[in-house]
Design a protein around this ligand. Structure first.
Ligand SMILES: [Zn+2]
Length: 238
């Protein structure tokens, strides 16, 4: 057996373990994102309800300010009416007072409606806030479980990285550089077994000029001519 073959297979096995842990971690992150999205939707409800409540409160307050001005103008007309001696001007003032009274009555009823609406809108904000609080409580257990699982996997990742590093340091520098380059370039495995003189990564036949060395050493370090995978014989691994 070629002396580099067991070392390479060891590094590849540890890379495989790291990749598996990465997949597990990604799955957890994806699942946790579902909780985040649910919470985000309810939080968006609060934001929308708050904007609406603020809008109603502003309109209520504007109407109240307008009413104050109109009431004070009406009061001034009444005062003028009491002291007006000219019958024609008094009749005109009387008509103005009557008109203003009906406008005021309408505005007062508008204000009351706005005040009711504003109160109702404020209670919708409180309801949305209660829904967020309830959902946060409902998710707390699941989030704690995710955090625990993630911490556990992260510890496994850290350990697996250290093991990988130690396995990789057993390779000579050139081979390690080559392996790492292939690892970055290939989605599939770097060391693949030959089967009936065929590379099992790309199913290209290994040239007869190389078969002899593969059979003698159990390893073709220069790799597959077609896909670059490093080829080995499973028989060589005991
Ligand atoms: Zn190949």
């Amino acid at each position: 057996m070629h002396p580099d073959l067991p070392k390479l297979l060891d590094v590849q096995g540890k890379d495989r373990r790291l990749a598996e842990l990465g997949v597990t971690m990604d799955a957890l992150v994806t699942e946790r994102a579902v909780l985040d999205a649910a919470l985000e939707r309810v939080r968006a409800d609060i934001a929308a309800a708050t904007r609406m409540a603020a809008d109603y409160a502003r309109r209520r307050d504007e109407t109240a300010a307008k009413l104050d001005t109109q009431r004070s103008n009406q009061e001034k007309r009444r005062v003028r009416l009491e002291s007006e001696r000219n019958p024609r001007l008094a009749a005109q003032l009387m008509a103005d007072v009557e008109l203003a009274r009906s406008i005021l009555a309408q505005e007062e009823s508008d204000w009351m409606r706005l005040a009711d609406d504003a109160t109702q809108r404020a209670s919708l904000v409180a309801e949305a806030e209660a829904r967020v609080a309830a959902l946060e409580e409902e998710q707390a257990e699941a989030r704690a479980a995710f955090a625990a699982q993630m911490a556990e996997i992260q510890a496994d990742v850290d350990a697996a990285k250290a093991e990988r590093e130690s396995a990789a340091s057993a390779l000579d520098r050139t081979l390690r550089t080559r392996y790492d380059r292939l690892r970055n370039a290939r989605k599939t495995e770097i060391l693949v077994p030959a089967e009936k003189s065929i590379c099992t990564a790309c199913y290209t036949a290994i040239p007869s000029s190389r078969i002899g060395r593969l059979e003698a050493e159990g390893l073709l370090l220069e790799g597959c001519e077609m896909c670059g995978a490093i080829i080995y014989l499973t028989d060589a691994v005991v």
